[in-house]
Write a protein that binds this ligand. Structure first.
Ligand code: ADP
Ligand code: MG
Length: 236
């Protein structure tokens, strides 16, 4: 894929022939300096944007020519997003925040509620369903954001610096959730600037100047649950 941005007279060549295959149940970390094309790549993966040339096959379907409406439909069905800031609604409980993306789907109220509870269970927060964001730690808020991303049962979870604002223990806790979900078969692609976070993935892509410069499996990948046992808790 290539991606150009037109800015008046100038043209930015943000992706310069990126060719990559991500298989079901992979867990990929995307690294690279600022401006190297990571977000452009993620936006295309997430059907938020289209390549200028080349093709993007999502579950075998070429979506590179889809219009905005068609992309939005696919996004809602197949993609879950987690961002750096949790983007939770403040006066809204964990459960209601999690339910939000289901409002656009055709399922009824009871089913939406059931799915939100199920998603909160998957991130280990079933007991915080009625809490407001202000009553939760940063890590818990990010887990609600992950639950919200999962509620429509996507095939892919895309995360852009999901641990960007979190302390190291909390970051590893989020990686524990990701490894757990990945063990259950969820495909994850995650941008991170931190090597020790990238190590929790199964594969690392390194972008440079709009191309993939490195594509390597992670050897001796740590289990976040094990690493957590070695990290001090807040009470220590
Ligand atoms: P990264 O996420 O690795 O920091 P980006 O994908 O955001 O990189 O950007 C890649 C290149 O494309 C940069 O040179 C950036 O300035 C440019 N770019 C990104 N988005 C736009 C846009 N909407 N319009 C014009 N140029 C853009
Ligand atoms: Mg970026």
């Amino acid at each position: 894929m290539h991606k150009y941005y037109e800015l008046g007279e100038t043209r930015v060549h943000a992706l310069r022939g990126v060719s990559v295959e991500v298989r079901r149940s992979e867990f990929v970390a995307v690294m690279g300096a600022s401006g190297s094309g990571k977000s452009t790549f993620m936006n295309i993966l997430g059907c938020l944007d289209r390549p200028s040339s080349g093709r993007y096959l999502l579950e075998g379907v070429d979506v590179s020519q889809h219009d905005k409406r068609a992309l939005a439909l696919i996004r809602n069905q197949k993609i879950g997003f987690v961002f750096q800031g949790f983007n939770l609604l403040a006066r809204t409980t964990a459960l209601e925040n999690t339910e939000l993306p289901t409002l656009y789907s055709k399922v009824n109220k009871e089913e939406r509620h059931r799915r939100a509870v199920e998603a909160l269970e998957m991130v280990g927060l079933a007991d915080r369903a009625e809490h407001f964001p202000s009553q939760m730690s940063g890590g818990q808020q990010q887990r609600v954001a992950v639950a919200r991303a999962l509620v429509n049962r996507p095939s892919i979870l895309l995360a852009d610096e999901p641990t960007g604002n979190l302390d190291s223990r909390t970051s590893v806790e989020i990686m524990e959730v990701f490894q757990d979900l990945n063990d259950k078969g969820l495909t994850i692609v995650m941008v991170t600037h931190e090597h020790d976070i990238a190590e929790f993935a199964k594969r690392v892509l390194v972008f440079r100047d709009g191309s993939i410069r490195k594509d390597e499996p992670v050897r001796g990948r740590p289990r976040a649950a094990e690493v957590l046992k070695t990290l001090p808790t807040l009470e220590d």
